[in-house]
Design a protein around this ligand. Sequence first.
Ligand code: ATP
Length: 404
Amino acid sequence: MTDTVDDVDLPYEDGASQQEKVEALEERLEILEQQNEEMRDKLLDANAENNKYQQKLERLTHENKKLKQSPLFVATVQEITDEGVIIKQHGNNQEALTEVTDEMREELTPDSRVAVNNSLSVVKKLDSETDVRARVMQVEQSPDVAYEDIGGIDEQMEEVRETVEMPIESPEMFDEVGIDPPSGVLLHGPPGTGKTMLAKAVANQTDATFIKMAGSELVHKFIGEGAKLVRDLFELARQEEPAVVFIDEIDAIAAKRTDSKTSGDAEVQRTMMQLLSEMDGFEDRGQISIIAATNRFDMLDRAILRPGRFDRLIEVPKPDAEGRELIFQIHTRDMNIADEVDFAELAEETQEASGADVKAITTEAGMFAIRDDRKEVWMQDFLDAWDKIKQTEEESDEVSKTFA
Ligand code: ATP
């Protein structure tokens, strides 16, 4: 685009009449306006695309920065003196004197919980302990998921029911026969296949309180808290009995030991030991069941799989075509679907889709209908939705590869 006004080729011969010149110029003008319009559209598209990538980049840069930051340790303020603040670290109980800014000093009182960095400087004041618990533990009284809401994993469902429902509903049967009830169930398989749903449905069926805690939350937030949170978790379960304790992403606390000796690893070990000891010391468990889930079975420390701990290992795979068809039916129960929609065909078209993908397809198909100002969802909406979801997944895979 180096043309300047002087460079422009005139669209007529020197000898052309006035009339011919006007016509030729008008014609050229029209073409240029059209080209200008097209370029503007392209520019808008490129800007929108650019914005999208910019946002992704910011998100990933932020995430990257967060991951690179060294972990913080939790400590409690013991005393505020003229020389500084005396803190006691959780985990190793070591006391230290550290200086703080005047603003920070104003905020602190003896007993405040604080996060300190490697050099024991106070980085921030933390919420009270109950707030931390509320953040890492999700508690629901009889959650709103029924067995009919889960499709394509009947065998797994049967096995979970057998292992978890009986001890909660009829603990006396185990006493009478003189055996310990099965201790825990470990569900493993790819993301979005219904593991959390299974645990919630059992809690619902048995009128138990569902208490969920994510392994990654336990160990990645603040060092020194993991083991205590595990203790709190079981304490809460005892208070709430009957209860289903669901530990998601258990690989975060029960991964195979590595050789590195960073404080983060020691923390993970402590948290896992606490979990094992809670499970072992759980003979008189009463009406509490433990269900754990992982997408990374290969990474688990064998210690967690010893008999008496998780003695039922249940694989929850991605659904097959029949399963996908069922899951389509489940998630479209309340949707206004055209008669032409063929779930069996959709199930064939959506190879590789997980239960969560199928759910996402149904929502996205509904969105296509809304955008098109329709109240009914067509077969094509579902197919377009699957294309869109596949594309988004591919894009996010690409981005994660780029930043890996
Ligand atoms: P993750 O490993 O990522 O935690 P998960 O296996 O625990 O995944 P869920 O959280 O149970 O998966 O599933 C996510 C959502 O996907 C559910 O809320 C549900 O809408 C849908 N879904 C997944 N699997 C099924 C299924 N088998 N039947 C019906 N819906 C399903």
